[in-house]
Design a protein around this ligand. Structure first.
Ligand code: NAI
Length: 498
């Protein structure tokens, strides 16, 4: 197989940017150009202030983009999509694949508009052979659709080989995941040219990934494996969250239960923290995508099984807000509620499908005064997210975005932690003693539970967060939901909820 010398990546988002930065950093001899239609995003990728926050990303981008350590720069960002397609021998399609909002399958099926338009552009522009790689998460059968587009629209003398190479990185740990991936999945046709294309892409990864972690499978397996992986991760969160509801009614402690269950080697301790529900751009959309695939193949039981994963997630978010309302004498009207954390999980500024949007939205509907602090999310983003469901004047009246957590918490009736930032757990957020005094809350149902804690990560981190009696740090308890306040407390007592 001929070696890849020039890579184009269509889509400079959370996947395209970090993935290509690592590929470029590890393959100094390959030119990598990431293109996008969004000029602002490309400008940011070319600037010192990158469009996304991801630990370690800045260093990798600067190394390859700016040519540090005597390297020749080989990572480029551009809006010249055509030029990059023309020059490339391998093209990643890394565009967004949101859930369809209208038409057949609305609310469940994957919207392949952007994938299709990228493919059409490749077909129409290409004058030399291309390997086209599905990096976006897509339903089974998409590679065949792409092949149809290329054979219909492509020039006769140009060969297109389509591969599936789904991305398994998690936001917040993207660089670590890319540097030491559990596996690289390559789906290809089992033909000579298909396998050659897979080998050419495998060589790119082989610059830093051990060969036993690079797996070649057929295209259907590869497309479905990505969806299956996300579905099973989301299912694990919904499983533990559903058990947290039972724990609360039985006086059991979900963190103790998770610990005990996770000691079974077949189950394992990871991804087993109760939370306010998963968020992020992928889990919900990928589960719904699988539900739709099952439905459209008349596999009703399969569809129902996976739909319940999303149903439990919605239930958990609502349950959480209801609990806050109940704790505060069934009214949030005019009460100041501090919200610490808004991103859908720690170490990212991404707010897509964040549980915070739902929980805060419900608090706004109750006419609460919500004071929000997040270390990485901008005020404009928060207001834009909330404006999908609320009028601008309502948001202005009910929402204040704070620059520090202390202002947010000052004289609040409740402190609600919605993202498990380390800063809130172990890195030293210290609430003023006056506020802290009011936090001594006993659980009437379960006197063993200590004081409150918080954390409602969608994708729980793996630590064994525990609350420390008497500490003035907010400690993240594994289940924020299991730390209620006494109903007898006055309405203005501060409570930390997770
Ligand atoms: P994103 O929305 O951050 O980035 C997609 C980019 O593609 C946008 O900047 C958009 O302007 C650009 N784009 C769309 N159509 C285009 C076109 N025709 N030409 C040029 N640019 C175009 O999306 P993100 O999060 O990077 O996700 C991309 C894909 O990767 C999705 O299918 C997603 O499911 C999948 N994925 C996402 C992960 C994540 O953590 N965000 C992890 C693994 C997979």
């Amino acid at each position: 197989a001929s070696r890849v010398r020039n890579i184009c990546c269509i889509g400079a988002g959370y996947v395209g940017g970090p993935t290509c930065a690592v590929i470029a950093a590890k393959n100094p001899e390959i030119q990598v150009t990431v293109v996008d239609l969004n000029q602002t995003r490309i400008d940011a990728w070319r600037s010192p202030s990158l469009p996304i926050y991801e630990p370690g990303l800045q260093d990798v981008v600067e190394l390859a983009r700016d040519g540090l350590d005597g390297r020749t720069p080989n990572l480029h960002f551009s809006t010249d999509v055509e030029g990059a397609i023309l020059a490339a021998d391998l093209i990643f399609i890394s565009v967004n694949t949101p859930t369809k909002t209208v038409g057949v399958g609305a609310g469940r099926a994957s919207d392949l508009t952007y994938v299709e338009s990228a493919a059409r552009q490749i077909a129409e522009v290409a004058t030399s052979n291309k390997i086209v790689v599905e990096k976006s998460t897509v339903p089974c059968g998409t590679a065949q659709s792409l092949r149809d587009i290329f054979s219909t629209l492509g020039q006769d003398n140009v060969q297109f080989e389509v591969l599936s190479n789904p991305e398994f990185l998690a936001e917040g740990t993207a660089i670590r995941d890319l540097m030491t991936p559990d596996r690289i999945l390559l789906g290809s046709l089992r033909t000579k040219t298909g396998l050659e294309a897979a080998n050419a892409l495998a060589d790119v990864y082989a610059a830093w990934v051990p060969p036993e972690r690079i797996i070649n499978v057929n295209i259907g397996s590869s497309e479905l494996a990505k969806l299956a992986a996300n579905c099973m991760l989301a299912q694990r969160i919904s499983s533990i969250n559903s058990l947290s509801a039972l724990c609360e009614s039985e006086g059991a402690d979900i963190s103790e239960l998770a610990y005990a269950v996770g000691l079974d080697e077949r189950i394992g301790p990871k991804f087993l923290k109760a939370s306010v529900g998963f968020g992020g751009s992928c889990f919900k959309k990928d589960v719904l995508n699988l539900v739709y695939m099952a439905e459209s193949r008349h596999l009703t039981e399969v569809a129902n099984y996976w739909r319940a994963v999303v149903d439990i997630n919605e239930y958990q978010k609502e349950r959480f807000t209801k609990r806050i309302i109940r704790q505060l004498n069934n009214t949030l009207n005019q009460k100041k509620i501090a919200v610490l954390g808004y991103a859908y999980k720690k170490d990212t500024g991404d707010t897509r499908e964040s549980a915070a949007i739902t929980v805060i939205g419900q608090m706004i509907s109750e006419n609460a005064r919500v004071h929000i602090y997040d270390p990485k999310v901008k005020e404009s983003q928060i207001k834009q997210d909330l404006s999908a469901e609320h009028r601008p004047e309502t948001i202005d009246r009910c929402v204040t975005v704070c620059n520090d957590p202390y202002t947010a918490c000052d004289k609040a009736a409740a402190v609600v932690i919605l993202t498990e930032w380390d800063y809130f757990k172990t890195d030293g957020l210290i609430l003023p003693p006056a506020l802290f005094e009011k936090l001594s809350i006993k659980d009437p149902e379960n006197p063993r539970l200590k004081r409150t804690s918080t954390s409602s990560s969608d994708t729980p981190s793996e630590g064994t967060g525990s609350s420390t009696e008497g500490s003035q740090h907010i400690k993240v308890h594994d289940s924020p939901l299991t730390s209620p306040g006494s109903p007898a407390e006055p309405a203005n007592a501060s409570k930390v909820m997770q």
